[in-house]
Every structure is written in structure tokens, then in C-alpha cells.
Write a protein that binds this ligand. Structure first.
Ligand code: MN
Ligand code: MN
Length: 317
């Protein structure tokens, strides 16, 4: 049996086997510039689960995506090699620490092959074991788009949940708080601890109200000021988008971004020293129309476009 599938997307978008952004499904990351990876894990969700089904449904809705960006007129698949590396395989889905180890090990192989990871969750806890691999050599900056800071110390006594990944990443030295910005934060909390977790660490926290009054362009200027030209990771929680557009998520908060704002914001990150990203918290059981997965797939495409630009610039230099 051949190890490599050599799968090619069918020309008809509704036909064939669904993959992330309709890229070839491969098992070997060598020669891949941008590795699309599914991380079907939601065992650290506090409230409504279901994000373990995110990668499969984002693959399904990826069938609607096409290649040439309507603003930049660039086809990211022409400028670099982007492939679907499949899903992280979990040896014991009931053991959270083992799942995190499985994720970190998977990404280490991607990293060693020289590919940039772009992931689909899964709940937001997956960003911690990804950062343990991607930021192993030095702390990185981060553009974090989310309704929540995810820098709580614990939830119900548990240190590893989808509300704590960036607190742990700060403690473990993978995130540079001075080069991290969180955008879209909103929604009532039962304690101010999760907001203090970011502000006390020195993270630039941009609440939804400030984002709304600044607008996308001035927000992009602020992102560039904060993260500078050091290595920067993008983490996109689908609950940053208003639940009118993206209801299928574990912790919806009204008063969020519109998809066009999020698209323009991501597009504005072009030219940064980007090292990878993730789109998390798409929960298909709460997504009856499928639109949340469509928003997730389209945001994935937007991030793929700016990562492809990084690869293209590296290849030219
Ligand atoms: Mn989150
Ligand atoms: Mn969130």
C-alpha cells in the first residue's frame, strides 16, 4: 500500500473527498510550506462542547472556498505549497495531558520539516501544546482575536482548560506579553480575574468597544506597533465574530465583530513576521446552518493568504 495518498481535489467543488481549503491530503510534511492541520479535541471545554467536530465540518465547508483573493488578486496556492496534513491522532482522548503531548509531538515533526502550521480546532486549549512546539526556541508575539482573554489562572481548580491556555503559555515562557495583543474582548464575567490575567502581564488588551471606536485601520496600526517585526503567531477564536454570523461555538458573546471586519483585520497583518496560526472553537452541533464552519473556513483562507505572502517573500530573498 502506498504511504502517500496523492489526493488531488476534484475540479467540481461538491465532488471528491473534502479537505482543508481543498488542498492535497498528505501524510509527509517534507516540501510543504504551510501545513493545514485538524486538531479534533474539545476535552478542555467548560460549557458547550462540540469543537472536536470542527475540523471535519471546516473541511466540508472548505468545499465552498476558491483560490484567487478578490482584494489582492493573489492565489496563495500558486506562490507556495499548502497541504492538508490531516488530524492529530489522539492515543487516549480521555487523558488531557496525553492529548497535549500528542499535539506537541505532531507539531514538532511539522516544524522540523520546515512547514508553517495553520490549524483548525478543537477548543482553545490546543493553542498551548501548539505553542510548546512552535515557540520552543524563543518566546513569540501573538495577535489573539477572541471575545475572551483566555488568561485565567484556572477554571474550577483546573489549570488546563480552554480559558487558560495563554496564562500557561506566559508562565512557560512561550509568549512575550509585550508583543501580544488581544482584540475583541467582551462579555460579562463572574470575576475580573481573566482580564487582570492579561493586563497584569503587560498584554495589550483591546476590548470590543475600543476596536469599534478605533476601526479596523487604526487597529491594524496598533497591532503593528505592539508586535513589531519579531516572530508572531495568530490565534483566531471564532467567538470573536458576532453570534449572529457564527452561533456555533461554545461560549457565544453578542456584540462581536462582523466577518468583514475580521477579514480586513487579518488582511492588515500582511508583512508581519508570521510563524503560524489557528482557528478554534467552531462547534458544529451548535451550528445548524453551517455558517459558523463557513466563516471558519473563510478566515482560514484569509490567514493562509498572509502566511503564503511570508513564504513567498522568504523564497525571493
Ligand atoms: Mn478563546
Ligand atoms: Mn472565546
Amino acid at each position: 500500500m502506498k504511504k502517500e495518498s496523492n489526493f488531488e481535489a476534484a475540479p467540481l467543488r461538491y465532488a471528491g473527498v473534502a479537505t482543508l481549503l481543498r488542498r492535497p491530503l498528505v501524510s509527509d510534511p517534507s516540501g510543504v510550506d504551510i501545513a493545514l492541520i485538524g486538531v479534533p479535541y474539545d476535552g478542555a471545554t467548560e460549557n458547550r462542547p462540540g469543537a472536536r467536530h470542527g475540523p471535519r465540518e471546516v473541511r466540508n465547508m472548505s468545499s465552498l472556498t476558491r483560490s484567487i483573493h478578490h482584494v489582492t488578486r493573489i492565489n496563495p496556492y500558486d506562490v507556495c505549497n499548502i497541504a492538508d496534513l490531516g488530524d492529530v491522532n489522539f492515543s487516549n482522548p480521555f487523558d488531557l495531558q496525553q492529548c497535549f503531548t500528542d499535539i506537541t509531538d505532531f507539531y514538532r515533526k511539522i516544524f522540523e520539516a520546515g512547514a508553517m502550521p495553520l490549524s483548525v480546532g478543537g477548543d482553545h486549549s490546543i493553542s498551548l501544546p501548539i505553542l510548546r512546539s512552535v515557540a520552543a526556541e524563543r518566546p513569540v508575539g501573538m495577535v489573539h482575536i477572541d471575545a475572551h482573554t483566555d488568561t485565567s489562572d484556572h477554571e474550577f481548580g483546573h489549570k488546563f482548560t480552554h480559558g487558560t491556555p495563554f496564562r500557561r503559555a506566559l508562565e512557560e515562557g512561550f509568549l512575550d506579553p509585550k508583543r501580544t495583543i488581544q482584540i475583541g474582548i467582551r462579555g460579562a464575567q463572574n470575576s475580573e480575574e481573566s482580564w487582570h490575567g492579561s493586563e497584569d502581564a503587560g498584554i495589550r488588551v483591546m476590548y470590543m468597544e475600543e476596536f469599534t471606536s478605533l476601526g479596523v485601520e487604526a487597529t491594524i496600526d496598533e497591532v503593528r506597533r505592539v508586535v513589531g517585526q519579531g516572530p508572531t503567531y495568530i490565534s483566531f477564536d471564532i467567538d470573536s465574530i458576532d453570534p449572529a454570523f457564527a452561533p456555533g461555538t461554545g461560549t457565544p458573546e453578542i456584540g462581536g465583530m462582523t466577518p468583514i471586519q475580521a477579514q480586513a483585520l487579518i488582511r492588515g497583518l500582511a508583512g508581519l513576521n508570521l510563524i503560524g496560526g489557528d482557528v478554534v472553537e467552531v462547534s458544529p452541533p451548535f451550528d445548524p446552518t453551517g455558517n459558523t464552519a463557513l466563516v471558519g473556513a473563510t478566515i482560514l483562507y484569509e490567514i493562509a493568504c498572509i502566511l503564503a505572502d511570508v513564504v513567498a517573500r522568504e523564497k525571493r530573498s
